[in-house]
Design a protein around this ligand. Structure first.
Ligand SMILES: [Zn+2]
Length: 492
């Protein structure tokens, strides 16, 4: 029986929010070790579930080390990364000489206080421990920040094929199939990448329409070609101020490096040729409010994606709330705002208490300020629920529903993703019953909300995950980089 070391470590860093993500941040999301990796979270459709399914089918023993998910948050503390890394390295050491392969489901867009590419550091160290003969296969999120440091030690790299991301399980299966075939000696995977000097916000990463669909159609056709084992576009998380920021394409071939490089180059050229179509033009808040008030249909779904919780924002942006109050909005609206102090005030006051309190704008003061809101405490919950996308348990911290006229505010202690509706459902709120529903996600929310939204608008707001990247205070990125240098002619 073949034995495969398994370790998962996922985090998406955004550079433009203050603070540091600690091990506590991961524990508040998901962090299990050893045999617990196969605990209650299994069966929810994550990559590890796909890996496990192939392992069982192929009679491969998985040796679990750690599975950690920190969501999207500020830069990771060195000590937190080192803890997770060392769990995986300890697994490699303890099983030295008895490991046939290594499978690492990572995210790829983590940075730490000291490292721009900790995944590359992890992979390099794993390679040193297991030696040159043991195949290492990695799966990454589509928003991976890929550098040569990660590519060099890997035998195969695969990524999601969907945005909004829904193919976690499938990606795990695709990665594990390549590893198993390599272990059987059927294939000899080689991986090549092409880094492109372009970057674009996540609103237009949608793989079911527009330019990204055209690229994805080519990827799916490419994967049917003889000799090609996997092809991926990494539309890197754009809110990372990192030296090597830029999209990349990756192709895994069976032994043929030249073929892999040629196909990766072809995909990179496709992206570059479509670059203008990845730009985002958003709608001013006042226009969106006027649209909602003018019609009968609901819900009008609006994304405040410059404060994207799934992109690493704290979710304390309150510009839509401020505009609704200023406009004297009387219809129904459903919004989330992260604000631990407002939550504490609501819990101290209790259900039914009427009060006026400052809301939002405390965690990202470079972009937002608190706004005074009058209303009453409607519901109090512990903020624990199961998300639909990605399928993970969520601990949003204590959560208060605060009713201010027609405006229903879900206030949580910690940032809660609004890719799906579960933060609302867990407080007994049905988005389809509201005229206006706010989410804080650049594109992932469309997988859920498109099916019932009367209309969808992208709000033109500033924030740490602004789609207009040229408005953000980047300092480390290597120039030229499109769209910062719009006249750039040669992308690599
Ligand atoms: Zn992603």
């Amino acid at each position: 029986m073949k034995r495969v070391l398994l370790g998962g470590m996922k985090h998406e860093t955004v550079s433009f929010v203050p603070g540091v993500a600690t091990l506590e941040t991961f524990r508040n999301n998901h962090l299990v070790e050893g045999a617990d990796v196969f605990g209650p979270a299994r069966g929810t459709g994550q990559e590890i579930d796909g890996i496990l399914a192939i392992a069982q089918q192929e009679d491969v023993e998985l040796i679990p080390t750690i599975d950690a998910f920190g969501g999207a948050a500020p830069v990771v503390a060195d000590a937190a990364y080192e803890y997770m890394r060392d769990r995986i390295l300890a697994g490699a050491r303890e099983n030295a000489g008895r490991i046939d392969g290594v499978m690492l489901p990572l995210h790829g867009a983590m940075s730490t206080e000291s490292l721009e590419d900790p995944e590359g550091d992890l992979l390099t160290r794993v390679r040193e421990l297991v030696g040159p003969q043991v195949p290492i296969v990695v799966s990454f999120d589509m928003h991976c920040h890929l550098t040569d440091l990660s590519v060099r030690p890997a035998d195969a790299i695969v990524g999601y094929h969907t945005h909004p991301h829904v193919d976690f399980y499938d990606t795990g299966q695709r990665a594990m199939r390549i590893l198993v075939r390599a272990l059987k000696g059927e294939i000899r995977p080689v991986v090549m990448q092409r880094k492109t000097r372009m970057i674009a916000s996540a609103e237009r990463h949608n793989t079911s329409q527009g330019p990204m669909k055209e690229v994805m159609d080519r990827i799916l056709a490419m994967e049917q070609e003889p000799g090609i084992l996997a092809a991926t576009v990494f539309a890197t998380q754009p809110w990372m101020d990192m030296t090597e920021l830029g999209w990349s394409t990756v192709v895994v071939a069976d032994g043929d490096r030249a073929l892999a490089q040629a196909r990766a180059d072809e995909l990179a050229r496709m992206l570059w040729d479509r670059r203008e179509r990845f730009l985002v033009r958003k709608t001013p808040i006042e226009e969106v409010i006027a649209f909602a008030l003018a019609g009968e249909k609901k819900p009008v779904v609006v994304t405040d994606s410059a404060d994207s919780v799934s992109g690493g924002g704290y979710g304390d942006g309150n510009l839509l709330l401020r505009a609704l109050l200023a406009a004297g909005y009387q219809d129904t609206a459903l919004l989330t705002v992260t604000d631990p102090q407002a939550v504490a005030t609501c819990f101290a006051a209790g259900v039914g208490a009427r009060l006026t309190l400052p809301v939002g704008g405390r965690l990202t003061p470079a972009f937002y300020q608190p706004v005074q809101v009058a209303g009453y405490v409607k519901t109090l919950t512990d903020g624990d629920f199961q998300a639909e996308l990605p399928p993970m348990p969520v601990h949003a911290g204590r959560t208060a529903v605060f009713q201010a006229g027609g405006i229903t505010l879900v206030l949580s202690e910690r940032p809660a993703m609004t890719i799906d509706r579960e933060v609302y459902h867990s407080s007994g709120l049905r988005p389809r019953n509201f005229k206006l529903v706010q989410v804080k996600s650049p594109g992932g929310f469309r997988a859920i909300y498109s099916s019932f939204a009367a209309a969808i608008f992208e709000l033109d707001t500033p924030g740490p995950t602004d789609s207009d990247l040229t408005r953000l205070p980047f300092r480390r990125i290597r120039r030229p980089l499109w769209p910062f240098d719009p006249d750039l002619q040669e992308p690599w």
